[in-house]
Design a protein around this ligand. Structure first.
Ligand code: FAD
Length: 499
């Protein structure tokens, strides 16, 4: 047993010096728990592999293919508890991994072995601040929790699109959103964050405090600390008009020629959101994936209709039009709600993010054919090919130097990937799935004139650093220098690591 004096709580607001480090067998979970328990608040739970809660807490969106190894799970109930665990892990060289929405899927997560899962799901509060212009959100809050809390006050924040993903996970890598065309990436809307650093120091980061950390958090944030809570800008909610089109594969070239035309910074209205999916729908055509296209407009149908008209002119075989969709129902309508297929766990999601300047029709067709071969295989039948043109209007108006989000992320309008879902834990099937998504990525990159770029939150874990963190060497050097200051032992090194 250790005495409290061995768990110094470092001074808030400044980087504290690092004390001695005693190596501890990372698998000695009982000892870890015995030592930690007296330091933690009563509401904090410690979970062992033999506990019933173990399986649900270790299931991920992409498990078992992505399966970080833990010896114990701690669910801190307070910010101070987060510090306690981090200080302990830092002192005894025990690896740890922060988990919020558990949808991270880069294979670098598999490098975590025998450490502590710091599960932040108890820090899931979300409130609109008294001014109404900002909201404060817990580091473990899911998008659905934040969206519901804000919606109840007539507000919304720039978050990811799936209800089951955390708010902070996407934000730390940039944060693509339904609202990015109007308000910028999620990270562009970050006002401040409370961060537990690798040595347990709790700091505030904002435009006035720890500004270099604040810069790094917005784009490379998974590498720098545990965000326990954060403040983001809040906006008034409005209703949406949503058009969901279905086309047969012979319309692929016409459809994506139109998408290239519509996604024009000069003419595309900021309230227009467009995105596509290829998916196998057996009731329509089991042999050829259907082209699904969604055109959404924040506003009434009378204004939206002009943007839907060119898509209607392509003669879709299916069309659903829905007016006056409130924010909290948008995600159900679009199939991104917490009970939807995209939110399932233990289904081995594999994807390989590809950012593109425009749709190159020959390689898009080639990628479609390759995807078709994948989904004809029954074990991959529920996969989807995501073709996202969320809109870069507000995103491109932010100075790329002002955050760690790369210039590439702000200028390349297309975010695409095949998302392959399948069950089981057969190594051959894992290889088949990852080979398939990588092949589709490589086909698409062949049609691009830009240097290869992958959104850090859509990484496979194989990408060279400049592909994730930008071709600008000065930016990368700055990130690495900050890493040495804030996390010299690379304790936050399992998710798209900088070093
Ligand atoms: C179904 C699905 C939908 C998605 N939709 C979007 C989208 O709309 N927009 C978008 O930009 N991306 C999206 N993504 C990608 C998403 O950004 C990443 O998968 C992200 O890592 C998920 O975060 P999480 O908290 O859910 O997962 P986790 O696995 O819990 O977290 C991922 C990593 O984030 C870090 N982390 C988590 N919480 C904290 C914290 N509080 N402090 C510090 N670090 C932390 C840890 O390093 C952790 O390994 C989606 C992914 C999936 C699977």
């Amino acid at each position: 047993m250790l005495f409290p004096s061995l768990f110094p709580f470092l001074v808030s607001g400044a980087l504290a010096s690092v004390t001695s480090h005693v190596a501890r067998d990372p698998l000695d979970s009982q000892r870890t728990a015995t030592e930690l328990r007296p330091q933690l608040s009563p509401q904090t739970t410690i979970v062992f592999p033999s506990d019933l809660e173990w399986d649900p807490l270790t299931a991920r969106g992409s498990s078992p293919r992505i399966d970080p190894g833990y010896s114990v799970i701690v669910e801190p109930a307070t910010e101070q508890d987060v510090r306690t665990v981090v200080i302990y892990a830092h002192k005894y060289n025990v690896p740890f991994l922060v988990v919020s929405g558990s949808h991270g899927s880069t294979k670098t997560l598999n490098k975590m072995k025998g450490g502590i899962q710091i599960n932040l799901r108890k820090l899931n509060n979300a409130t609109v601040d008294p001014s109404g212009n900002t909201a404060t959100i817990g580091g473990g809050a899911l998008m659905v929790e934040a969206a519901k809390a804000l919606f109840a006050k007539g507000k919304q924040a720039v978050t990811g699109i799936c209800e089951c993903v955390s708010v902070i996970g996407p934000l730390l890598g940039g944060g693509h959103s339904l609202l990015q065309n109007q308000y910028g990436f999620a990270s562009d809307n970050l006002v401040s964050a409370r961060v537990v650093l690798a040595n347990g120091t709790l700091v505030d980061a904002s435009n006035t405090k720890n500004t270099d950390l604040f810069w790094a958090l917005r784009g490379a944030g998974h590498n720098f600390g545990v965000v326990t809570s954060f403040q983001v800008k809040a906006y008034d909610v409005h209703t949406w008009t949503v058009y969901q089109f279905q086309f047969k594969q012979d319309k692929l070239e016409q459809l994506y020629t139109l998408v290239n035309q519509v996604d024009n910074l000069a003419t595309r209205p900021s309230k227009l959101f467009i995105t596509g999916v290829f998916a196998r729908i057996d009731a329509i055509d089991a042999a050829n994936a259907t082209l699904i296209y969604t055109v959404s407009f924040e506003g009434p149908k009378s204004e939206a209709e002009q943007y839907a008209a060119p898509f209607k002119a392509l003669n879709p075989f299916g069309l659903t039009e829905t007016e006056n969709v409130p924010m909290d129902e948008y995600y159900i309508l679009s199939g991104n709600d917490i009970n939807s297929g995209v939110c399932r766990k233990d289904h081995n999601l594999a994807f390989a993010g590809t950012s593109l300047p425009k749709w190159d029709l020959p390689t898009l067709r080639e990628a479609y054919v390759a995807f078709n071969k994948v989904v004809r295989d029954p074990k991959f039948a529920t996969s989807a090919f995501l073709l996202e043109n969320y809109g870069n209007k507000a995103v491109s108006q932010v100075d790329p130097a002002s955050t760690a989000v790369t210039a590439e992320e702000r200028t390349l309008p297309i975010l695409t990937t095949a998302a392959v879902w399948y069950e089981g834990n057969d190594p051959k099937t894992h290889l088949q799935a990852t080979t398939a998504v990588n092949n589709i990525r490589d086909i698409l990159f062949r049609g691009s004139k830009s240097p290869k770029h992958t959104y850090v939150n859509y990484a496979t874990g194989d990408e060279p650093l400049p592909q994730l963190y930008g071709q600008d060497q000065a930016r990368l050097a700055k990130l690495k220098a900050l890493k040495k200051v804030y996390d010299p032992k690379n304790e936050f090194g399992f998710y798209s690591p900088l070093v």
